[in-house]
Design a protein around this ligand. Structure first.
Ligand code: NAP
Ligand code: F7E
Length: 339
């Protein structure tokens, strides 16, 4: 079996490429060039794993590149993960977010339609589609209410996939995945920012962690579990849309408290809103808030109802909140100790 992954140098590409190789797949990945020739999370893969991945250099906004690639490789499965995935950035850079997330997805769909109609495709949809949720928990029938340029771009991607699936009878499935994190999560996402900040405090840093909205509520799971779900979607009898999450939600503040708990610090809070601070038992300021890190609009109160994925795919998240936080903090402590 041959699989192509766009976004192989991101968090999910790291776990998905290892999963597929362990199942005996021939794994191909799309990697865009940058001036420093760095390869993102691919650099964190063990060398014997990395050397098995066949790389195609290109950008998903390049229609010709994708159509030639699909024409020559005709993979049985295509996992379309590449995206501008940072919600905060999308408010400042909506045009490039739309170009990559809408234009790139359209290019992938068109390349499959014109050159590789037997390819089964996974599209990386998101809980951000629910934005301001009209019901809790959220499932596949919950109305969408996007609240950021990122979410709007993913809504267009999801509907492109649905339309191509119906119009051209292609096997294209949408994952509607809630936040999933890991040891290789990008450093600007809040969970990794917290886990590295806490690890630094553990190793003697005096720097407080500076955060934005502490009240945002997310359903956080472990990325390794979610790539298993992507694979299961493409093994299913028919193409469809599936919500995946843990069904457990927490505030950013709870994530911070749990993370400090891993290193034996019990936080207390003082003040409100942008003046709120997190203090150690000895009164040292460990967490501060900066208004600049708030978003113009916040997507809120996410909790997944993943019963369809459980019933139809047999998918279940194995790692829940507390263990996720522990994995991330302990890993960041090890990384600092190795330096
Ligand atoms: P990520 O770490 O940000 O990875 C994104 C990947 O896309 C990177 O490999 C990036 O390459 C690549 N990329 C971006 N623009 C590209 C372009 N124009 N051409 C080619 N490649 C490009 O994201 P992730 O967390 O792995 O998430 C994977 C997908 O799932 C994304 O589509 C994301 O929007 C979606 N999603 C994520 C979550 C989550 O919680 N992680 C939840 C729901 C949905 P560079 O290394 O060159 O930047
Ligand atoms: O923010 C709040 C922030 O940037 C989480 C992407 O993978 O998941 C991810 O998007 C929450 C937000 O992830 C800071 O306001 C507070 O409410 O880690 P994040 P995200 O926006 O949820 C979804 C499902 C995706 O699809 C995306 O691709 O945390 N927050 N203080 C902060 N966020 C950041 N980044 N930095 C802060 O200092």
């Amino acid at each position: 079996m041959k699989a192509l992954i766009t976004g192989i140098s991101g968090q999910d590409g790291y776990f998905l490429s290892q999963l597929l190789l362990s199942k005996g797949y021939e794994v191909h990945g799309v990697l865009r060039r940058n001036s420093s020739m760095t390869h993102g999370t691919m650099e964190l893969l063990p060398p014997d794993v990395r050397s098995q991945i066949i790389i195609h250099h290109g950008d998903i906004t390049d229609e010709n590149f994708l159509s030639n690639l699909l024409q020559s490789e005709k993979p049985e499965e295509l996992y379309h993960l590449a995206a501008q995935s940072f919600v905060g950035y999308s408010f400042e850079n909506s045009q490039s977010t739309y170009d990559v997330n809408i234009g790139g997805t359209l290019n992938v769909c068109n390349a499959i339609r014109s050159s590789s109609t037997d390819t089964r495709m996974y599209f990386a949809g998101t809980s951000e589609l629910f934005g301001k949720p009209l019901e809790t928990p959220q499932n596949e029938n919950t109305p969408f209410f996007p609240r950021s340029p990122y979410a709007i771009s993913k809504l267009a991607g999801l509907w492109t996939v649905r339309t191509y699936r119906d119009a051209y009878k292609l096997f294209m499935s949408n994952g509607i995945l809630f936040n999933h994190e890991s040891e290789v999560r990008g450093p600007e996402f809040v969970t990794r920012k917290i886990s590295t900040g806490v690890a630094r405090v553990h190793q003697g840093s005096q720097q407080p962690i500076i955060l934005g909205n502490l009240s945002a509520v997310k359903d956080w799971g472990y990325a390794k579990d979610y790539v298993e779900g992507m694979w299961k979607m493409l093994q299913y009898d028919i193409s469809d849309d599936f919500v995946m999450g843990t069904g457990e939600s927490h505030t950013v503040k709870e994530f911070v408290e749990e993370a400090f708990g891993v290193i034996g610090i019990r936080l207390t809070w003082k003040g409100q809103g942008v003046n709120e601070v997190g203090l150690s038992e000895g009164g040292r300021v460990l967490v501060k808030v900066n208004r600049d890190l708030y978003r113009p609009l916040e997507a809120d109160n996410f909790t997944a109802d993943y019963s369809k994925a459980r019933e139809k795919l047999g998918w279940e998240p194995k790692v829940k909140f507390k263990e996720l936080v522990r994995i991330m903090v302990e890993n960041d402590i090890k990384l600092i100790q190795r330096k």
